[in-house]
Design a binder for this molecule. Structure first.
Ligand code: CAA
Length: 383
């Protein structure tokens, strides 16, 4: 569903102002305390940010992918840790239920996820299964009217706040690879689930990732998401969508960094003039702007493809690959333009440099995006 133009513009303007007035001023505090304040989380909920992608029937805003990308361009213009608070409810935590849930599963979880009353996390990655997701070892063995789940999930975003997990586990332990995997919607308070302590990370303090350990956790059969044995496809389709969302956040961070660089290049004087007068600095600004513009444009194109129901795995991976690599280069140039000021903590540029590094890793590394793109070409391109 799509908003009318006025409502869309109002929403984007509201998010833009929220980011500038409420989030930017506390970026350093959040990085220092490793915590997004509760009142900010509540304000995000009141703005409807937890429910961007959930249909209005379940209390969400029901945005199209294109509209979600436009919101992410704004949300990206501050520390990405803020986006992470709502990220799993909007993306990988909820979308399995949105796309594959039955009516009961949707009615039980989507209203709470849309309002922010509940938090969802996505349990795919394991200690021995990262890029090679189909090699996951967690098991969900059928036993009467239940499945018995065992295994460890790793680096699970928002696991310490989660009320529900989208879990990928092997329901047929005899069948290796993708085909033995099923997806489940698992309430986080069931006996046999333990959450590890948040990992100390390079960046994005305030966003938490933890282990989730399942130890003889019995889940009802009704937790099965989609068909038995189809869990790998559930995960891949959730990630296809998530990769456009993450790319849009990268484009937002890129735009913020360019604004910071332009302001600094206008004001900072060396050799008797603003450093923005020097063509070597101009070249860095121009390269960053060109990449940010390219990212924004391709993301909107891929989002429209998705909204039109067209196959978009390859385009989603192109966006994630390009935007995450581009924002890495843009953050590096920002440090260069700021010089010593870019390297010390006061200006926050080094924090963005660390924050953006994860974008090339999670929801599929750059190398995995290359694999997806090249395989799609080799399989499908008419020559
Ligand atoms: N949509 C639908 N089905 C898909 C699909 C897609 N996008 N991609 C693959 N499939 C299907 C295939 O068609 C195939 O089905 P059939 O056998 O019926 O034809 C099946 O899934 C297996 O596909 P592949 O043979 O391509 O599988 P593979 O083992 O070679 O792996 C991969 C493919 C692209 C490398 C995949 O493993 C992958 O994306 N890896 C990266 C995982 C990833 O992104 N992890 C991030 C976790 S989430 C996170 O980071 C955040 C957090 O909070 C932890």
């Amino acid at each position: 569903m799509s908003l009318d133009t006025d409502t869309r513009n109002q929403l984007i303007e509201t998010v833009r102002r929220f980011v500038r007035e409420r989030l930017v001023p506390i970026e350093a505090q959040v990085a220092e305390t490793d915590e997004v304040p509760r009142e900010i989380v509540d304000e995000m909920a009141a703005l409807g940010l937890f429910g961007l992608s959930i249909s209005q029937d379940y209390g969400g805003l029901g945005l199209s992918m294109e509209e979600e990308a436009l919101v992410c361009f704004q949300l990206g213009q501050t520390s990405p840790a803020f986006r992470s608070v709502i990220g799993t409810n909007v993306g990988i935590g909820s979308q399995g239920i949105v796309m594959f849930g039955n009516d009961e599963q949707k009615a039980e979880w989507l209203p709470k996820l849309a309002s922010g009353e509940a938090v969802a996390s996505f349990c795919l990655t394991e200690p021995e299964a990262g890029s090679d997701a189909a090699s996951l070892r967690a098991t969900a063995v059928p036993d009467g009217n239940e499945y018995v789940v065992n295994g460890t999930k790793r680096y699970i975003t928002n696991a310490n706040r989660a009320n529900v997990f989208t879990l990928m586990a092997r329901s047929d332990p005899e069948t290796p690879g993708a085909k033995g995997i099923s997806a489940f919607v698992v309430p986080a308070d069931l006996p046999g689930i333990t959450i590890g302590k948040p990992e100390a990370k390079m960046g994005q303090q305030g966003a938490h990732i933890c282990d989730v350990v399942f130890d003889d956790c019995r889940i009802p059969r009704a937790c099965l998401l989609g068909e038995e044995g189809e869990g790998f496809k559930v995960a891949m389709q959730v990630l296809d969508r998530g990769r456009i969302h993450i790319a849009a956040v990268c484009a937002g961070v890129a735009e913020r960094l360019i604004r910071e660089c332009v302001a600094y290049a206008r004001e900072r004087k060396q050799f008797g003039q603003a450093i923005g007068e020097f063509q070597l600095v101009q070249a860095m600004l121009a390269d960053s702007q060109t990449e940010a513009y390219a990212a924004r444009t391709m993301i909107l194109d891929a989002a429209r493809l998705r909204d039109a129901g067209a196959l978009h795995s390859m385009e989603a991976s192109c966006c994630k690959l390009f935007a995450s690599e581009a924002v890495g280069r843009i953050a590096d140039r920002a440090v260069q333009i700021f010089g010593g000021a870019g390297y010390v903590a006061d200006y926050g540029i080094e924090r963005f440099y660390r924050d953006v590094r994860i974008f090339r890793l999670y929801e599929g590394t750059s190398q995995i995006q290359q694999v997806v793109i090249a395989r799609n070409l080799l399989r499908n391109l008419e020559v």
